[in-house]
Design a protein around this ligand. Structure first.
Ligand code: DX5
Ligand code: ZN
Length: 222
């Protein structure tokens, strides 16, 4: 099933809870939560207290994208704060296997992310242990950037690798996804679609519903 994960990075934080509820009412099941530490990426976003507070008021699946150095040290606290899935960056750690083990220990779903310049083959030793691979389709750090066209063949390559091993692991795409290019990533094999500015700029309900309806149509045709 194709899932939409609206990235709250582009939300209006004055009314964040209400806007998230709108996405749910319009058919979203996930919320994408971008943690930035000002070190792995230039900007600082938000962290545990915000996640904890959102968890109390939503049953959306909370998809936590850790753009932080030394993710192994942060996993337990984000699990305790209410994450449903924790995704760390392959590039942020010397020991991706240990990060996966740390997430497994919390009982949360395991995600690993790769930046646009990281060869897709690096996922090979870890494929069987992932619930989701996040293929970044922009350089991580900011919302509202343009989709990097070379991402399309990277998504397809990851999908081929999972297929070869008989795995139907979710592939998430993140960055620059809009209504007018979403078919490109769906056709390449993505199953979880992050959309920040495309959902949270303008009418949140209508934007979400347009994606949700489109996914239904796409699935019926495939
Ligand atoms: C970028 C973040 C994204 C961001 C996407 O580093 O990981 O989740 O919010 O925003 P859009 O959809 O506007 O490119
Ligand atoms: Zn993200």
């Amino acid at each position: 099933m194709i899932k939409l994960a609206p990235s709250i990075l582009s939300a209006d934080f004055n009314i964040l809870g209400d806007q998230m509820a709108e996405t749910k009412r319009a058919g979203a099941a996930w919320a994408h939560f971008d943690v930035m530490d000002g070190s792995f990426v230039p900007q600082i976003s938000f962290g545990n207290p915000v996640l904890k507070s959102l968890r109390k008021n939503t049953d959306l699946f909370l998809d936590v994208h850790l753009m932080v150095v030394n993710p192994e040290q942060k996993i337990r606290s984000f699990a305790d704060s209410g994450a449903d899935m924790i995704t760390f960056h392959y590039e942020a750690t010397d020991d991706p296997g240990a990060c996966i083990a740390a997430i497994e220990e919390t009982g949360k779903k395991v995600g690993m992310a790769i930046k646009p310049g990281t060869p897709v083959e690096v996922i090979k030793p870890f494929m069987h242990r992932l619930d989701m691979l996040l293929v970044m389709t922009v350089e991580p750090g900011f919302g509202g950037q343009k989709y990097i066209p070379a991402s399309t063949r990277r998504i397809a390559e990851a999908r081929r690798m999972f297929d070869e091993y008989g795995l139907d692991t979710d592939i998430e795409v993140d960055g620059g996804i809009k209504r007018d290019n979403v078919d490109i990533v769906l056709n390449a094999g993505a199953t979880v679609i992050v959309a920040g500015s495309a959902v949270y700029s303008g009418d949140v309900y209508e934007n979400t519903k347009a994606f949700a309806d489109h996914f239904k149509e796409w699935e019926a045709a495939h």
